[in-house]
Design a binder for this molecule. Structure first.
Ligand SMILES: [Cu+2]
Length: 323
């Protein structure tokens, strides 16, 4: 068998080197290159379109409430569409080869090697695809992490085991003053009230270990570090009023899973009234009630740490525990 296959290979190389085969190969390479460029063009065109809605966002959370969230969503959808286009092209080639070159006898098919245009193509095409993906990722990422000099609202996020404090600040940086504050307790979920249509700067600091500030509808989370590291990010606007659950997204200890807060997005007028009430000494609940909002969190509730009959089963507990 070995002798037979080595007899065939030189024939194959000679056959594929004929002018006719070379022309066909050139045309095919041209078609492949055209498809590659079309894919790249498609990616450009699709950036900004919401084609993902029909496919459940391709697994990406939908319903982002900031322009940054929508840009990240669009990047994900465009990347999925581009990946699928490449995938269908490759799957097509595979199935075409399976059918076209299925075994018809004992003779080996043409063994094409050192086909330079082909090797050039399958080196250049992936580099092009990765470059396009890299370019758009860099553009969107730069936009998402961008900070400005004059945000409309600055909020200091203070994380601690296992709750949150939100300080409304009169400026930026560690030297600014806190003008009003919302503090979470074991009984009351902290509510971070923010306005629509204004840029918001989040300055994060932790009192103990690493936490992570995460509102799923922002499609963004950022670690909250202890010590002198002050992580900062901004959203250019919150677009939809409503209540959104916020979570700690960094395993920080026993009650990490219950370290929730609520983001309450209200109109700018109501936000100003809320902040004025807080600055005047009102409690968060009274200030919320004064602008017609629910005084307590509606998206999550405090974790019950005490054992009661409903959450404690003495039958399965080790002897000596209970009561
Ligand atoms: Cu935490």
């Amino acid at each position: 068998m070995v002798a037979r296959s080595s007899e065939v290979r030189p024939t194959a190389v000679r056959r594929s080197a004929t002018p006719r085969a070379g022309g066909r190969r050139g045309r095919r390479a041209g078609r492949l290159a055209g498809l590659g460029f079309s894919g790249a063009a498609l990616l450009v065109l699709l950036t900004g379109c919401d084609v993902g809605a029909a496919f459940g966002g391709f697994g990406w959370p939908q319903g982002g409430i900031t322009p940054e969230a929508r840009r990240m969503y669009d990047l994900w959808i465009a990347s999925c569409v581009a990946a699928l286009a490449v995938g269908f092209f490759v799957w097509g080639l595979i199935f075409w080869c399976i059918v076209r070159y299925r075994k018809r006898g004992n003779e080996l098919p043409v063994q094409t090697r050192y086909n330079l245009p082909m090797e050039f193509l399958y080196t250049i095409a992936p580099v092009l695809i990765v470059s396009v993906l890299f370019y758009y990722t860099a553009v969107v990422q730069t936009d998402v992490v961008k900070t400005t000099n004059n945000p409309d609202v600055t909020v200091e996020v203070v994380a601690f085991k296992w709750n949150w404090q939100f300080n409304y600040r009169d400026g930026q940086g560690v030297d600014a003053e806190t003008t009003a504050s919302v503090l979470g307790t074991s009984e009351v979920i902290p509510i971070l009230v923010l306005p629509t249509g204004r840029s918001i700067r989040f300055e994060e600091t932790s009192r103990d270990v690493i936490h992570s500030f995460w509102v799923p509808e922002m499609l963004f989370k950022r670690d909250v570090m202890p010590g002198s590291i002050r992580n900062v990010f901004e959203v250019s606007s919150l677009e939809t009023e409503g209540a959104y659950v916020g979570r700690c997204a960094e395993l920080c200890g026993s009650y990490h899973a219950f370290m929730n807060f609520e983001l309450r997005v209200v109109s700018p007028e109501n936000f100003d009234r809320f902040l004025a009430a807080k600055q005047g000494g009102a409690s968060t609940q009274d200030a919320l009630t004064s602008i017609g909002e629910e005084p307590y969190a509606t998206t999550t509730r405090p974790f019950e740490t005490r054992r009661t009959e409903s959450n404690f089963n003495p039958d399965t507990a080790p002897a000596g525990t209970g009561s």
